[in-house]
Ligand binder design. Structure first.
Ligand code: AP5
Length: 212
């Protein structure tokens, strides 16, 4: 099964993708996580991407399409995958279509989490992430068992560098201008499923599985 989690920054894509990984045993392919890993490794691509990410801007399409092409060719994607944070522009969506067509594949479902901007801002303000395993928590809505410590791997949780007020405003604005138009692109393909992402976490998960 080839899935995509879709929505604004902080809509809950990463949180829900983890439940899909557990249930279907297919990998989560998060372009944000891959870029952050490249920054930690200080690769040339990571250093270039950092400038855009710190400012809340989108990384150029050519860079992103290159890393997705390489990742989708790996063995663990052959039985399916969950795209998280990709595509984010029409050019990326068209490049993905081309790539999948060459492999005789297609996207089976786009799971779109709809959350109003005011709630997004609250969620991002309280987000804490694990720098080691990528798990995401919220100080109020989804807190770890021990304060500041990752349930999954015991590492100390951090605040993402781009989770500040100014950058979030920019990320939301880029989402509305460049990514939201993809809703019609996927609706026209008949694979788009809308989920009320503003509900309690468990209810969002339940609604998501009901769409599959
Ligand atoms: P990326 O890492 O993809 O960030 P994002 O899209 O901004 O999404 P987030 O990770 O912020 O949010 P999420 O939807 O996963 O929410 P989460 O589950 O954590 O990208 C970062 C940057 O990389 C971009 O700005 C860009 O520069 C670059 N980039 C990446 N991909 C790119 C691409 N394709 N093209 C160009 N540039 C690209 O949840 C958020 C919070 O809410 C958490 O605290 C969580 O615990 C909490 N929460 C989740 N669900 C609920 C719920 N139902 N109720 C209450 N709280 C909840």
């Amino acid at each position: 099964m080839n899935l995509m989690v879709f929505g604004a920054p902080g809509a809950g894509k990463g949180t829900q993708a983890k439940f899909l990984v557990e249930k279907y045993g297919i990998p989560q392919i998060s372009t944000g996580d891959m870029l952050r890993a490249a920054i930690v490794e200080k690769t040339a691509m990571g250093m270039e991407a950092k400038r855009y990410m710190d400012a809340g801007e989108l990384v150029p399409d050519s860079t992103i399409i290159g890393i997705i092409e390489e990742r989708l060719a790996k063995e663990d994607c052959q039985k399916g995958f969950i795209l998280d944070g990709f595509p984010r522009t029409l050019a990326q969506a068209e490049a993905l279509d081309e790539l999948l067509e060459k492999q005789g594949k297609k996207i089976d479902k786009v799971l779109s989490f709809e959350v109003p901007d005011e709630l997004i801002i609250k969620r991002i303000a309280g987000r804490r992430v694990c720098p080691k395993c990528g798990a995401s928590y919220h100080v109020e809505f989804n807190s770890p068992k021990a304060e500041g410590i990752c349930d999954a791997c015991g590492s100390e949780l951090i605040i993402r560098k781009d989770d500040n007020k100014e950058t979030v405003k920019n990320r939301l604005s880029n989402y509305h201008s460049q990514t939201a138009p993809l809703v019609d692109f996927y609706k026209n393909k008949g694979v788009f499923a809308q989920i009320d992402g503003s509900q309690k976490l468990e209810k969002v998960t339940q609604d998501m599985f009901a769409k599959l």
